[in-house]
Design a protein around this ligand. Structure first.
Ligand code: GDP
Length: 455
């Protein structure tokens, strides 16, 4: 399985910096290093996992840079192949010169994600851990990083492995029945098998139930700020931006009638969508306006319906509320600094927070409530040792569950053991899609193409 060629690429981001790291992996790594790296204290043999100080020099004696270099002999390396890292000064010319030298000496430029792909192919990590590397690098909040780290530690992989072992055990009993049909499966064994699968379905259901919170933490959540004109929607968006410790992207997208900002609030990445552009009341009244509003609402994880607490509820507010049936939403009664109008009973019956965007009153409470609604059970994040956060994993696990459901139904329906074995093999294969054992090549290519060069 080990690759025959040697790859090289910068492992650090391009640009000026204190240091840059160039990584090389493959059978020629050590030989290539020896042709261009000269330790300040000459050694006969480079020790593995030992950092050497020296310089990189071209064949004509021209010195390129003072560096630190380390050779990590396989299999104790990231790719399980011989890996070299050269720590040089950060700067695109130095990095390019060293890289060119490595390539002239027999390496080739790595394609995106190729180091991680080799780690995966060589069995160093499974697919969930490879994906966790990208997630960790790209994570925008502490929560997202926490999920990625636990996946990188192999927590998800270990659970899936446990599921698979249970299924292999069940399969061995069912296959025994296929091989020796004359010895009927003892009904007791059969009950035991069904119980095992039932238990497994429960465990899978539990893991599936963590997906909603996991996804929200990993991907962030879209919050639509909705309501009639002049209630304070834009002001609310600005207040959120003021509260945010970090604006993750500035003006991610300004469409014709919405403004979007991604902010980090209390560890959660929120994509805030302000419908401030919908300035004309007729927009909502018109069929086209209603359709547009509905489309926006449908795409949001949470809708904040903002009303003016001083003026009170107007027919337009009622219209807006009608659009929110069955949509996770929170009523924001703004302008609490002014004398309050009485709230329509229809409105006071739904979850609401009173705020004054002008004075800042109630904004922290609003953020707390948003978090509560989005994470449903706020303690879930702390309680779970790991969460399912990736749609691909979720869908494969759902398919695995369907196959097991099929097994349980067929088992009570007196189907032949061949059928039962087929359900089990299908379920095992769906688990393998997650870990990489049975993932189709095009899916693998798609996953690794999302990496950048050097990862
Ligand atoms: P939008 O049309 O819903 O986006 O509303 P804006 O954010 O543009 O606000 C409309 C008006 O209400 C502006 O004059 C704001 O200054 C004012 N406003 C917003 N929030 C408050 C508030 O909490 N108290 C008071 N008194 N005025 C506010």
């Amino acid at each position: 399985m080990y690759s025959e060629d040697t790859i090289a690429a910068p492992a650090t981001a391009v640009g000026e910096g204190g240091i840059a790291i160039i990584r090389m992996s493959g059978p020629l790594s050590e030989t290539i290093l020896k042709t261009c790296f000269f330790p300040s204290q000459p050694v006969d043999n480079l020790s593995t996992h030992h950092l050497y100080y020296g310089h990189i020099q071209k064949a004509n004696g021209l010195m390129i840079d003072e560096v630190m270099a380390v050779l990590m002999r396989g299999p104790k390396s990231f790719t399980r192949e011989d890996v070299v890292e050269i720590h040089c000064h950060g700067g695109s010319v130095v990095v390019t010169q060293i890289l060119d030298l490595l390539i002239e000496s027999g390496a080739r430029l790595a394609s995106p994600g190729e180091f991680t792909y080799r780690a995966f192919l060589n069995g160093r990590i499974d697919l969930t851990r490879a994906e966790a590397i990208v997630d960790l690098i790209r994570s925008r909040s502490e929560g997202a990083a926490r999920i990625a780290v636990s996946q990188l530690q192999g927590k998800l992989h270990r659970s899936l492995l446990q599921y698979k072992n249970t299924l292999l055990d069940v399969l061995s009993h069912v296959e025994a029945d296929i091989d020796f049909p004359e010895d009927e499966i003892d009904p007791k064994t059969f009950d035991g098998i069904s119980l095992q699968v039932h238990q497994l379905v429960e465990d899978i259901d539990h893991l599936l139930s963590t997906f909603n919170s996991g996804r929200v933490i990993r991907e962030g959540v879209s919050v639509l700020i909705f309501g009639r004109p002049n209630v304070g929607k834009s002001s609310l968006l600005n207040a959120f931006l003021g509260e945010s410790r970090a604006i993750v992207t500035d003006v991610a997208g300004t469409t014709r009638d919405t403004l979007e900002e991604t902010v980090l609030l209390d560890g959660l990445s929120l994509r805030l969508i302000d419908t401030a552009g919908v300035r004309h009341t007729e927009d909502i009244v018109e069929a086209e306006g209603v359709k547009r509003a509905k489309d926006k609402i449908a795409g949001a994880d949470l809708v904040l319906l903002v009303v003016d607490g001083h003026i009170g509820i107007t027919p337009d507010d009622r219209l807006a509320l009608n659009l929110l049936e069955n949509i996770p939403s929170l009523l924001v009664v703004n302008k609490a600094d002014l004398s309050p109008a009485s709230l329509d009973p229809l409105f006071s019956a739904i979850p609401h927070v009173s705020v004054s965007v002008r004075t800042g009153e109630g904004i922290n409470e609003l953020i707390k409530r948003i978090k509560q609604i989005i994470l449903k059970d706020r303690s879930q994040e702390e309680r779970e040792s790991f969460m399912l956060s990736d749609r691909r994993h979720f869908q494969s696990l759902l398919r695995c569950r369907q196959s097991l459901q099929g097994f349980l139904e067929n088992a009570t329906g007196n189907f032949s053991s061949e059928f039962l074995a087929m359900d089990l093999r299908e379920a095992i294969s769906h688990l393998g899609e997650i870990t990489g054992e049975t993932t189709p090549d095009d899916v693998l290519n798609c996953i690794f193409s999302k990496f950048c060069i050097g990862k």
